[in-house]
Design a protein around this ligand. Structure first.
Ligand SMILES: [Zn+2]
Ligand SMILES: [Zn+2]
Length: 273
């Protein structure tokens, strides 16, 4: 199984980091977790395309995690010629979000149908809203959900994806909580969106201080990884985004609390499990 970080950015625009998303490639079964800015471009860079996706899993409805879902839907439609539905899973609210996306694309959809007979079916999606504590199969992948904590964003979900003996946890934006521990227990890779609270708290922008209470900082992510005995901690969605000279500082911070492997994500970083 390959875990490809298709976007390691945050809401803050960055020329080198697409918005948050992660692609799981398990043989020819591709599953996308979240669909941030630039996701389809980065999927192409990862040797994938929306038409290869067996599912999209959404962690929560913050715009940075879903703003390019429309591109995933449209590109999937064009390339599949509307013959296959794109399965999209997410917390309650996902159905309405997807319906509204399709509604927003109505003019485009009608132009394309008028121009290409093959597209007559329109974009087909199959949205499944999930609760915490569910489990289901996508091909050979076992998917489990748990509740995460990112209030005032509610509800939010994290995912654990297993194939044979390999497991990866993709928990999205959350503070440490029971759900994250459950999903990340003994995993081969625990992918966590993180901030550096020591740096963010220095920001002169008071809105930045608001993000401190609903994200894991590096120390907390490392403590979680240690507590659940994860093999690897993969840091993504880093705020403030470090440059390469600052990576060692981030790793030092995590190593104080976690003794496994630490991966600082860049776009298209691939962790092979
Ligand atoms: Zn986010
Ligand atoms: Zn968020």
């Amino acid at each position: 199984m390959d875990v490809v970080l298709t976007g390691t950015g945050s809401p803050l625009p960055d020329p080198n980091r697409a918005g948050p998303s992660t692609l799981i490639k398990a043989d020819d079964c591709h599953v996308l977790v979240d669909a941030g800015r630039g996701v389809v471009m980065r999927m192409a860079g990862a040797g994938s395309l929306p038409v290869f996706l067996r599912a999209v899993l959404i962690t929560h409805l913050h715009s940075d995690h879903i703003c390019d879902l429309n591109d995933v839907i449209t590109t999937h439609w064009i390339m599949s010629q509307g013959n296959v539905a794109l399965p999209i899973y997410g917390p309650p609210g996902t159905k309405e979000f997807v319906n509204r996306q399709i509604h927003a694309l109505e003019a485009d959809i009608s132009y394309r149908i008028e121009h290409h007979e093959e597209l007559t079916n329109g974009p087909l999606v199959e949205v499944v809203e999930l609760a915490a504590g569910e489990q289901f199969m996508i091909g050979e992948l076992l998917i489990r959900t748990a509740a995460t904590e990112h209030a005032p964003v509610r509800p939010t979900l994290g995912y654990r994806i297993e194939q044979n003996e390999i497991a990866v946890a993709l928990v999205g934006d959350t503070v440490p909580c029971e759900g994250v521990d459950e999903l990340a227990r003994e995993v081969d890779a625990y992918v966590q969106t993180v901030i550096r609270s020591d740096l963010v708290s220095l920001s002169p922008n008071s809105m930045m201080h608001d993000i401190l209470d609903y994200h894991s900082d590096v120390q907390q992510a490392a403590q979680t990884a240690e507590r659940v005995n994860a093999k690897r901690l993969v840091l993504t969605h880093m705020v403030p985004a470090p440059n390469q000279e600052q990576y060692s500082d981030w790793i030092d911070e995590a190593q104080k609390h976690f003794h496994g492997e630490i991966v600082i994500g860049e776009d298209l970083t691939t962790v092979s499990l």
